[in-house]
Design a protein around this ligand. Structure first.
Ligand SMILES: *Cc1c(COP(=O)(O)O)cnc(C)c1O
Length: 363
């Protein structure tokens, strides 16, 4: 890897070639099944280098949950690229939604009507994907409301129903299956009868739906997916394991060593609560250990999803600005001012990309 020596710590190295490789991998997989793929950039805070890698890898449009990120993408890519707003539009944001997004996911008719008015005022057409809640209990209308609400949407002049969709495995942890996605297809078929024009998409979810493609269990009528996590960090959130052939070393987090001392492995004194009011887990007594502190903390990361690249480094925990590690079994030399590197999970990607304290380095 090219040595980057002129920037501050902590830093997050973004390996765009590897992200592009993942985007290619998932694009090929979805294309084979006639599925069009929207790349989701929200995990990387709408970073344009990441978005560009997704586009080069073949995704046909981009999506993000935040308007600020969509603005960044719009400014960079111009008007030709289709942008999708993932989070339900807020009434107070309607004008901006119509301005920056071509399409949005929706579940409230009152808001869809407001989008219609705003689109009329701007002489635009705005696409709506109506979300159906198939049991995960995050966004979406209940299936028995689908007909009534689509009949109303299809009468609007400046909003068009681009399709229907669902989102799973986000709040309730409900997995996409042949069964619930077939239910989505059935709803789409019913809804289509109420609409005078052809709906484009049956949008069958996020990264957690990809395993169905691999197992040959994706209902053939599902023709759209919105994928972030698997492209960004090569993880399959449904099976909770690395996605076959995808790269997981797409982002490298590096933080600097600011203390290194031999100390006991168990706190001394009456133990109350930690900096966040949590009761510390009982530490096992391993005797005296070589402990280090890295200059990064819960403000920028979660300790659970950090995978040290070097052997013999163990993450112990963190407070807001200090990450505690055990270096006793680390075999290389290390001194104050050196840094350690980590691979990261999705929540760490989200936090590091959002933290203004973490320098972003695009490779
Ligand atoms: C975040 C999100 C996605 C993408 O999820 P990944 O797990 O990153 O693939 C898709 N759809 C909606 C509605 C989302 O909020």
């Amino acid at each position: 890897m090219k040595e980057v020596c002129f920037l501050r710590f902590p830093r997050l190295i973004i390996h765009t070639e590897r992200i592009k490789y993942n985007a290619e991998l998932i694009t090929k997989l979805t294309q084979k099944h006639g599925i069009s793929l929207t790349g989701v950039t929200k995990g990387a805070c709408g970073n344009v280098a990441v978005a560009k890698a997704m586009i080069e890898g073949g995704v046909s449009s981009l999506a993000d949950s935040r308007l600020v990120n969509l603005h960044k993408l719009r400014n960079y890519f111009g008007q030709d690229l289709s942008l999708l707003l993932l989070r339900l539009p807020a009434l107070s944001d309607i004008e901006q939604v119509v301005e920056v997004a071509d399409v949005s996911l929706n579940s409230e008719f009152e808001i869809i009507e407001a989008l219609d008015r705003a689109a009329m005022q701007r002489g635009k057409k705005h696409g709506v994907i109506l979300m159906i809640d198939l049991g995960d209990l995050r966004e979406g209308i209940w299936p028995d409301q689908a007909i009534e609400i689509t009949s109303k949407i299809c009468k609007l002049k400046h909003v068009f129903l681009q399709g229907i969709g669902t989102n799973l495995t986000c709040y309730g942890g409900v997995l996409p299956t042949q069964n619930n996605l077939n239910q989505l297809v059935e709803i789409a078929n019913e809804v289509q009868k109420k609409c005078t024009y052809q709906l484009c998409y049956i949008s069958g979810g996020n990264s957690s739906s990809l395993y169905l493609l691999q197992e040959g269990k994706m209902p053939p009528d599902i023709n759209h997916l919105r994928v972030g996590e698997t492209i960004l960090i090569g993880q399959d959130p449904a099976l909770f394991k690395p996605f076959p052939q995808a790269r997981r070393d797409t982002f490298t987090l590096q933080a600097e060593l600011i203390e290194m001392k031999i100390k006991p492995s168990v706190p001394i004194g009456i133990v109350g609560r930690d900096a966040f009011g949590r009761i510390p887990a009982k530490a096992t007594d391993k005797g005296k250990r070589l402990r280090g502190i890295l200059a990064i903390g819960e403000q920028d990361i979660n300790t659970d999803g950090l995978r040290p690249q070097a052997k013999g480094v163990e993450v112990l925990g963190a407070s807001s600005d200090h990450l505690l590690i055990d270096l006793t079994d680390y075999e290389d030399e290390i001194k104050l001012g050196d840094y350690l590197s980590f691979d990261i999970n999705y929540s760490n990607l989200l936090k590091t990309m959002t933290s203004p304290f973490v320098e972003k380095v695009v490779l």
